[in-house]
Design a protein around this ligand. Structure first.
Ligand SMILES: NC(=O)c1ccc[n+]([C@@H]2O[C@H](COP(=O)([O-])OP(=O)(O)OC[C@H]3O[C@@H](n4cnc5c(N)ncnc54)[C@H](O)[C@@H]3O)[C@@H](O)[C@H]2O)c1
Length: 251
């Protein structure tokens, strides 16, 4: 499916995470994959090796635009031009209620969750435009589609991802480039566990809230992201697709 494609996944260094699951599935379906994260190089190497021998492991902090440009050029040099960018790196915002959220928490969430995507897109889009093809998938959140009180900084950044996704989709559709986002609900990862502890939302509550009656698995999110990155989604751009066990349904 992806045999002639090169893919970069950001924030993919945790084998329990959504980014790693996406990188694994892209690799399984034939893509040449660069797995990147801000964590220690040894941990990134380990995460890449757990996928397969040919996965390139690179340390990349998405908040650092120069580093992102350098790493994307390095990927193009060793694997070929980037066809697929999965902007997955993200952080919970810390804080909680508006008046308890420190400015530094707002700034950190904004620099990773929003500017990280801006940096990645700025680095790969000029070449995608030259080649007349490319697919970008942003990992947003259900919190990018609807609000929940006491979660303002994170929800604000993810709403920005929704807007950015729609804007990029419109601007680059005429160039043959598709830009979509997935909006996960409660997914069983380290980030979700930390969120559950910090917000005192036990797993059982999350399971009850989701109409499908359970928390989602990273592999279930990966299926949707990989579909959007593939030619099977050739007529989809600007979509923000919930992968949330029915949580968007209402009633
Ligand atoms: N797990 C959920 O319930 C859930 C729900 C909605 C959205 N999401 C989103 O899914 C994405 C992946 O999260 P996850 O749940 O797999 O958690 P995770 O913590 O496993 O993944 C996030 C990854 O981003 C990396 N990262 C953080 N700052 C970075 C930076 N500056 N540069 C590069 N990498 C950085 C982390 O090291 C980590 O590996 C995030 O964007 C998150 O907001 C998760």
């Amino acid at each position: 499916m992806f045999h002639d494609r090169v893919a970069v996944v950001t924030g993919a260094g945790s084998p329990r995470g959504i980014g790693w699951a996406i990188a694994r599935l892209l690799h399984e379906r034939g893509a040449r994959v660069a797995l990147t994260d801000v964590i220690e190089q040894a941990a990134i190497d380990e995460a890449a090796a757990a996928i397969g021998p040919n996965v390139v492991a690179l340390r990349m902090d998405v908040t650092d635009s120069s580093a992102v440009n350098l790493i994307m050029a390095e990927v193009a040099g060793c694997l070929g031009p980037v066809d697929i960018l999965i902007n997955n790196a993200g952080v919970d915002s810390g804080g909680g209620a508006f008046l308890q959220t420190r400015l530094s928490d707002w700034q950190h969430a904004w620099s990773v969750n929003v500017m990280g995507i801006v940096h990645g897109c700025q680095a790969v889009l000029p070449d995608m435009v030259r080649r007349g093809r490319g697919a970008i998938v942003n990992v947003s959140s259900l919190a990018g589609l609807q609000a929940s009180g006491g979660y303002g900084a994170y929800a604000t950044t993810k709403h920005a991802v929704t807007g950015l996704t729609k804007t990029l989709a419109l601007e680059f559709a005429p160039k043959g480039i598709r830009v979509n986002a997935i909006c996960p609900g409660f997914i069983d990862t380290d980030l979700n566990e930390a969120h559950s502890r910090a917000r005192k939302t036990p797993r059982a509550v999350m399971e009850r809230l989701a109409p499908l009656g359970r928390i989602g698995d990273a592999a279930e999110v990966a299926e949707v992201a990989v579909f959007l990155a593939s030619d099977a989604a050739s007529y989809i751009t600007g979509a923000n697709i919930p992968v949330a066990g029915g949580l968007t349904g209402g009633l």
